[in-house]
Design a protein around this ligand. Sequence first.
Ligand code: GLN
Length: 454
Amino acid sequence: GAYIQAIENANEALNAYIVTTPEKALEMAKASDARLASGNAGELEGIPLGIKDLFGTEGIHTQAASHILDGFKPHYESTVTANLWADGAVMLGKLNMDEFAMGSSNETSYYGPVKNPWRAKGSNADLVPGGSSGGSAAAVAARLCAGATATDTGGSIRQPAAFTGTVGIKPTYGRCSRWGVVAFASSLDQAGPIARDVRDAAILLKSMASVDAKDTTSVDIAVPDYESAIGKPLAGLKIGVPKEYRVDGMPEEIEKLWQQGIAWLKDAGASIVDISLPHTKYALPAYYIVAPAEASSNLARYDGVRYGLRVPGKDIVDMYERTRATGFGEEVKRRIMIGTYVLSAGYYDAYYLQAQKVRNLIKKDFEDVFHAGVDAILTPATPSAAFGIADQDMAADPVKMYLNDIFTVTVNMAGLPGIAVPAGLDARGLPLGLQLIGRPFDEETLFQTAYVIE
Ligand code: GLN
């Protein structure tokens, strides 16, 4: 009840929810109360969550914040949300996001931008919450839900978490089932939680994660009790600090934050080692080939025939064209064009194949470091704090927007787990995050180390 009221009060200002589901929430809460009374409580009994609009929710608005999915209400439930409901969680509604999860500022949504609940000291200017899971991050930060689902293809959980002072973890590729989640770039997409603190993130991820026969890329490795990793001493852990993440033009306050994080982990008993991940600088360009390529293929299905928007035309081809021209936003069209270009005959070898080779080198960089005994890697989460809505530089140059992902995309390219944890404030009083990157399927070490930083 309190959350429903809070959403009614604050959502108009923040635009974090696209749709709220108060009747559904009350019905689920009632069922939850009954289970609690009968001593049958699940691990998330009665916990009210917001769900990113990318997750298929049965009978409820699921449009990936796109015009082209107008009116789409799936007849299925994604595995991740089904897992949460099975543990007793309650759905408050569907959260805003960048259209098809393409963006780093939540400004590409058909439903309009989400506003960050934070303000810089002495200023009333609206800031972005980051993207693409901007609605999830803003809702958690503003207490419009106890926690939220999110997805991360190239940083979309970790960057908005860093911009809003929340905790976000992208688990290892294969940890959560992608079944029933609208696909962006299938070899990179992973679901994960955004939460108020490390403990909540650990509890949510445990529920969301599962092997699933309906997603053959989900992996059958037991999901540990992540919460028990929290509070464990760091003695014996080796934390790597990669020199390649000290990028040109990195603001001094980010560097200082990073040094502070190193000091905290050292104080907690970890040993710190300098490491090198030599192919880091190729990650961003390679990502912006692989992700659009896969997206252009995944988005081919939105043609006005099966679901969503249909704009009539003089024949079927004309109908396809009008539907796609009207239904997709500018950023989505840009990705489709890049994607079809890099996959086209004659260019495939020069771009896509090359990017896949780079991807292997990036993966190998991490393997070498972990093989040498490093348990986790500490980096900044983003190159800056939240920026203003309708930032002129970024609007004029999409590549500037893509630079936001410089510290996060490597993790998706390598399939590794990464967590963003709030670590301090910048000079304007805005939250900044640090990132910890772990071995495949070792999310436990991330929760253990992130807990020391938060
Ligand atoms: N900002 C990146 C992109 O636009 C990441 C998006 C994501 O992780 N979903 O592709």
